[in-house]
Design a protein around this ligand. Structure first.
Ligand SMILES: N[C@H](Cc1ccc(I)cc1)C(=O)NO
Ligand SMILES: [Zn+2]
Ligand SMILES: [Zn+2]
Length: 292
């Protein structure tokens, strides 16, 4: 249920989350020539993230990290699972996309696509959530799944294969959060909740979470007008999805899909992304703490 009642657990977790950790992950991910879904550096980035999430899991028996293989291209998605204690059949998905692209094309191998904001920022935000939950020794009652999707930029293909396989297996996913571009503060408001291809009740829950845990932040709403990120893959299968976004339609990061989508072009800091990471951590604990 969307009751907010875990303040004693959430507040200390939020206080130990740090922008510098998010920034380091953005730097590391955007150091790859690109993270294109068919390139060797795209494959390397997937392997790197798998190792990073495995290290963060710190040997906890209830946490597994795996790669989801996609038959038609090389880059694998990465999934970290924190198995729920007594309500594990109900699953919460928090996603971002691992791949990057340069709209000028060129061969996959040599294309420069740092993708610092699109979407290393989202992967880095989720990585900080995972680190903070493990550091707090948080054990969710529901199952939490962190997903770094391959092949978003070429038609939401990685998340489509995953969402379709979850639907086919009748997995009871109770909520999906998508973080795609979290670190470029182009607009007056801090977090924009997209209203299309998302669930309005869950969007209201997110705005209540922000009001409760991040009361200084200003929330806006906007529409993509098309299936603009991986939340749409889950929405298409009838799952409740939300997409909090860095800015409004007209003020989002102008550098995306170019060689200039760099950490430096976001001021070499991750303060904006930290807001999204904290919101995601609150979402994970408040939803994850609900029993059967
Ligand atoms: N098209 C999306 C980015 C994107 C999403 C929403 C808006 I408004 C502007 C830009 C993308 O490239 N996702 O990877
Ligand atoms: Zn993109
Ligand atoms: Zn993106």
């Amino acid at each position: 249920s969307y009751v907010i009642d875990q303040q004693s657990v959430v507040t200390p977790i939020l206080s130990q989350m740090q922008a510098s950790n998010i920034g380091q992950t953005i730097v590391d991910l955007s150091a790859n020539t690109n993270r294109y879904y068919t390139s060797s550096s795209g494959v390397a980035a997937s392997n790197w993230l798998r190792q990073k999430w495995t290290t963060l899991a710190g040997g906890r028996a209830d946490i597994t990290v795996e790669q989801f293989s996609h038959p038609n291209w090389a880059q694998k998605s990465v999934i970290a699972t924190i198995q729920g204690t007594d309500n594990g059949s109900e699953v919460i998905v928090m996603g971002a996309h691992l791949d990057s692209i340069n709209q000028s094309g060129g061969s996959g191998e040599t294309m420069r696509a740092p993708g610092a904001d699109d979407d290393a920022s989202g992967v880095a935000s989720l990585t900080e959530v995972l680190r903070a939950l493990v550091q707090a020794n948080y054990k969710p009652r529901r199952t939490l799944k962190f997903m770094a999707y391959a092949a978003e930029e070429v038609g939401l293909r990685g998340s489509q294969e995953i969402a379709n396989s979850f639907a086919a297996a009748n997995v009871n996913v109770v909520g999906v959060l998508q973080l795609d571009m979290t670190n470029y503060k182009g607009a007056a408001n801090d977090i924009y909740l997209f209203s299309d291809y998302t669930d309005s009740a869950q969007n209201t829950f997110l705005s209540n979470l922000i009001a409760t845990y991040l009361p200084t932040l200003r929330v806006g709403t906007d529409r993509c007008g098309y299936a603009c990120s991986d939340h749409a893959s889950w929405n298409a299968k009838g799952y409740f999805a939300s997409m909090p976004f860095e800015a409004g339609m007209s003020s989002s990061n102008p550098y995306i899909h170019t060689a200039n989508d760099t950490y430096a072009n976001m001021g070499s800091q991750a303060d904006h992304a930290l807001k999204f990471a904290r919101m995601a951590a609150a979402y994970a604990v408040e939803l994850g703490s609900d029993g059967p």
